[in-house]
Design a protein around this ligand. Sequence first.
Ligand code: NAP
Ligand code: HSE
Length: 426
Amino acid sequence: MINIGILGLGTVGTGVIQILQQNAEDIQTRTESKIRVKKVLVRDLTAPRQISGDFEMTDNAEDILSDPEIDIVVEVIGGIEPARTYILKALANQKNVITANKDLLAEHGQELLTAAKEAGKDLYFEASVAGGIPIIAALKQSLAANRLTALVGIINGTTNYILTAMSEQGRDYAEVLAEAQKLGYAEANPASDVEGLDAARKLAILASIAFNSRVTLDDVYVEGISKITREDIEYANELGCTIKLLAIAKHQDEGIEMRVHPAIIPKTHPLASVNGVFNAIFVVGDAVGETMFYGRGAGSLPTGSAVVSDIMQVVRNIQSNSTSAINCTCYQDLPIKETDSFTTAFYIRLLVKDEPRVLATLALLFAEAEISFASIIQKPRGHQEAEIVLVTHPCREGKLQEALESVRAYSKVLNVQNMIRFEDGR
Ligand code: NAP
Ligand code: HSE
């Protein structure tokens, strides 16, 4: 019998217990061990719960962290503290740990993995990225033979849910965000989702594993979806494209390129049809070529699925006396590329005076930065005003910013409404 202590009984903790209960027989057969949830930590012992069982509830973490009968601690409370201290204590007390906490891993992954190695225990975290999609096991094990060159993913369910509803149903941003919160997809502070930080943290975790080099949140260029409007979605549609919040990591000769931002992608691209709370990650390796992983990126049972699968693997490791076999995989120290050197095509939406020479002057300002246009859309707006959408050929981000500075200073430009990068995802 393996005893588990679970820290947290919210969306994920409830899903974990539900799966352990409903699939108990199969799980026991597959692991050749009975898994018992012995204790569960919550903040408020009087709060109503969606699940019950023969486990003991406590509001004192020590009851779990210092219980000699507990072999595995599952951390699903979230946040940095006290989660970090609890995990370090659990490892020091010779317990294996499973966590779904991307905030913590993106910030303190190295410290925690080192502690796990020193303790000779497992630290598994499949649920920390892309909910139910087994992407971490795939990168650490199934694709380990490759030199991975690119990861391009939709790894935040909340923003994908919002962009899908805005684009398919023309719904309002705030209303859809409230719905995503109610469904348990959004973080406690949803700014983390909509400003791209949640995806950036997940990308840091994935890239560290994929490129065997430690990447942290600070290394990721981050831009959220709050500036995306219905107009941008409609123009993208007109261009045969759709807008997604993409997390992009590329291993190139000059170093690692890390960015999270809204991106315009062709409707024919496989990531374009990833809708709602679904996540997908496109992974390119030198031997395997292109692969794509798809599934539910958030929610009680999908995330619980990843946590319980980790529990089962750790149970097998305990039985075969092989815990700590796969922990930190960062054996390189690769440079991080500067934002100015990113190369993409751009969508630029401008509100201008509808007068002769305006378009010609804009073309000249961009030409001075060695940027040429791939296409142009112009629509009348208000009195003697026009909205112009410029789509550039691929150019360096630094050059684009240079051109935008001149465009902003041009008196016939009333406003630079938005700038969105294109991505072909490959
Ligand atoms: P949640 O619904 O807010 O649940 C958090 C649970 O932890 C609650 O039961 C809460 O107790 C307990 N808790 C929080 N702080 C505590 C403290 N200081 N001491 C004791 N108990 C404490 O969170 P969640 O959505 O399940 O997320 C848990 C983790 O999974 C987070 O790291 C999150 O990023 C990650 N994750 C979530 C999803 C998802 O779809 N939700 C997907 C992937 C990963 P009370 O119930 O008494 O308040
Ligand atoms: N808030 C996260 C999301 C939960 O929307 O993807 C899963 O990590």
